[in-house]
Design a binder for this molecule. Structure first.
Ligand code: PMV
Ligand code: MG
Length: 397
């Protein structure tokens, strides 16, 4: 039966992420990283509306200068587009989900979309928790829910990845994987040259559905068990630009092919040990893999002439080591956050106090897993409690 738009509102949310290990290497197809989803969210609310003045609805977000933007279905082909601005992650995600709906013979609807974020500081400063990925994943879930499409996490990842690749093709998609799968995630990035061609072909032939069912070369997407080491997160207060750092490191490594290849090999070996150690819940091995990955990233910074571990991040790591934990930069580095993994005996209070004294802000974050029944119940309750719409709200997933 063709899909039809919901008469009710839909609320979906997607968590932010942090890299645990494997950064930079994971940008290369088939190379692995471990990430976690964290308990801060982008929440997205869809309310059906009647099309007016040629617009299908508005997208409201405090991140837009104007607070809201109209969107519409292009008259010539019904494809969703922003009116008067460049397409962003939100419109791109609406577009890929609606492509799937239209391929199934469904009718496209009109809706307003409201976005709220807990992923940045109250003053709008960037923490590096992956808000672009979370907004893309939340939009995919909400729009799919609006059209009554039921998607598993791997299809949510694939649709969000297609949406994101159309806007910003440089990332590995690790942030999308963590936000879609949640918990501790073992990820290897797909071949994005293949993906770009496949995406363009799917657009031209109306075969997004087939691409969703295909095996993507290089891709691995797997939930890991939760290890007993505790995650602590420190924020340096300095925002860093991931695309600039990734481009800089790649450009800087050019001409040092051998060194770069050995970095990729060593990172891959380290990630294999890390995932095995997490599966065995072997705290000692988890910690030694993190230490090895830290050294590899510092070396990569050196060969490419870019600072991945800034002096603030080094301070964060050294304080964690003094407290019996292990630590490293998280993500592209250059600022943002560092992570510490702490064996059960660590005095977390003392570690956090020492960070604070050194100007590192401990963030109150924990790992978020979607399928823990308590978390799901909390999601539903929260979405209902803060619903502003008069009509009943359907929570997805
Ligand atoms: O700084 P973040 O959290 O956006 O992470 C970037 C991680 C890289 O591996 C350097 C890039 C990527 O897209 O995976
Ligand atoms: Mg970052």
């Amino acid at each position: 039966m063709p899909l039809t738009p919901h008469a009710d509102g839909v609320v979906a949310r997607a968590p932010g992420k942090l890299y645990i290990a494997g950064e930079y290497a994971v940008v290369e197809p088939g190379h692995r990283a471990v990430l976690v989803a964290v308990n801060r969210f982008i929440t997205l609310r869809i309310t059906p509306c009647s099309p007016a003045g040629g617009y299908a609805g508005t997208i409201r977000s405090r991140l837009y200068d104007t607070g809201s933007r109209p969107w519409r279905h292009r008259p010539q082909d019904g494809v969703a587009e922003d009116v008067g601005c460049d397409d962003d992650y939100v419109i791109s995600a609406i577009r890929v989900v609606e492509a799937l709906v239209a391929e199934g013979g469904g009718r496209l609807g009109s809706f307003n979309l409201g976005i709220s974020s807990e992923l940045d500081e109250a003053d709008g400063r960037k923490l590096g928790l992956g808000s672009s990925a979370a907004v893309t994943v939340a939009t995919v879930r909400a729009v799919a829910g609006f059209y009554g499409l039921s998607l598993d996490d791997s299809r949510v990842y694939k649709l969000a990845m297609l949406a994101s690749d159309a806007v910003q093709p440089i990332g590995s998609g690790g942030d999308i994987a963590a936000s879609a799968v949640t918990g501790w995630v073992d990820y290897a990035s797909p071949d994005r040259v293949w993906l770009r061609r496949a995406r363009q072909r799917a657009q031209a032939r109306d075969s997004t559905g087939d691409l969703l069912e295909a095996d993507w070369p290089g891709l691995c997407l797997r939930r890991l068990p939760v290890p007993s080491v505790r995650l602590q997160v420190g924020w340096t207060g300095a925002p860093a630009s991931t695309p600039a750092l990734v481009a800089g490191v790649q450009a800087g490594s050019r001409g040092a092919d051998d060194v770069y290849s050995s970095f990729l090999r060593a990172s891959q070996d380290t990630l294999a040990s890390l995932t095995t150690a997490i599966e065995d819940d072997d705290a000692g091995q988890v910690m030694s893999a993190i230490t090895r990955n830290r050294v590899l990233l510092v070396q990569l910074g050196r060969i490419s002439g870019r600072v991945i571990e800034t002096p603030e991040l080094t301070r964060l790591v050294e304080i964690a080591l003094d407290h019996g934990a292990t630590a490293k930069s998280s993500g592209a580095g250059g600022g943002d956050c560092g992570i510490a993994l702490c064996p059960p005996a660590t005095d977390l209070f003392a570690l956090r106090a020492a960070w604070e004294t050194a100007g590192i802000r401990p963030l109150d974050l924990s790992v978020y897993s979607q399928d823990s029944s308590a978390a799901c119940a909390a999601d539903v309750a929260e979405a209902r409690a803060d619903s502003l719409t008069a009509s009943p709200v359907k929570v997805t997933p």
